[in-house]
Write a protein that binds this ligand. Sequence first.
Ligand code: S3P
Length: 417
Amino acid sequence: MPGDKSISHRAVMFGAIAEGTTTIEGLLEGEDVLSTAAAMRAMGASVSKDGNRWVVTGVGTKGLQQPASVLDLGNSGTSARLITGIIAGFPINATMTGDASLTKRPMKRVMDPLGQMGAKFESQDGGRMPMVVHGGALHAIDYAMPVASAQVKSAILLAGLRADGTTVVHEPKPSRDHTERMLQAFGATCVTQGLSVSIKGGQKLTAPANTVVVPGDPSSAAFAVVAALLIEGSDIVVENVGMNPTRTGLFETLRDMGGDITFINERTIGGEPVADLRVRASKLKGVTVPEDRAPSMIDEFPVLFVAAACATGETFADGLDELRVKESDRLKTMADNLTACGVKLEEGPMSLRIFGNGTPPEGGATVATHLDHRIAMAHLVLGAVTAQPVTVDDAAAIATSFPAFVTLMNQLGMDIA
Ligand code: S3P
């Protein structure tokens, strides 16, 4: 599996502000991570590839420089939110923008807490990009996050690193904790107590002596795993899959559905649990997804809905309001597209109920991906089992997170043209 996108972003960002040179192995070379690299370069860090490794020399005590031009973060919400948190703590101004998907996504969720810390913003109506961030001296806050979001939590912690005092964030539900883990690897202390994380300001990041190794991305593995469960006769091993418990909700749900998935060769890589997944084709049954599991599979609902469309019985998932503000409105996009492929379902304001009858739907539709990589990949997996092929209108977004997707899936026996 290609490197984890969340961890890759953080390795480049942290390396870029640290003192010293960070070496990274297994970095995801997807467009989103390259957007992060370009932004950090524009503010004075050196980020380059050396053979199989990436080398990042940070600005350290010199601090980030004022970027000479607009930072274009493409399709990447993680770059936009985390880099805003980083810039907030430096005495620079930056204009940030993105593509037609990213400029529709909410930035107010980071502007509010960072504004309370002392950063200033100019943005489009409703808190969208293009936006100008005015960073500077920050003070610590104690902040209860209204949504479970690792991006918001991370933006606040990164600003908190440079604030006066100790910043505390409280989450409504646990979100991915890669920032907290990687801060430790760069020599900073942050303390997690239940759903609260605190960080003392004034700490410096130092490039780790050892190479930062990025484990494979469970959110990319999800597509191969679901394809193997659905396609008769499949028996595959997906190697090098990140098993951080804040990311494995999909695998738990698929097992609840009767999916034959075993975790083998469990190990720790770069401070993150990793395993290989053996997956065999299985007859799946519908389930109700526990609402509190949503954050640990937040990016995996599109491909879960594909599995549910082929399962026997009803699958129901609720509490999915965050899906409406991803790269596309994933609730509406999946509901429209699966309906076009012949799936019976009911879309609620925050929920989706899918009625499976144990056979894959008819397919045959051309579906709209709305610049959303996971919508494109989920439907290509669906097309492997439908009676008629499924066509996606635009596959370009796949390169944001999984450039090798088509090659890899075709090597496994799929037929994506
Ligand atoms: C991410 C956090 C999640 C996730 C995104 C990556 C991260 O977003 O959907 O793909 O790397 O922190 P939210 O923080 O908006 O839930």
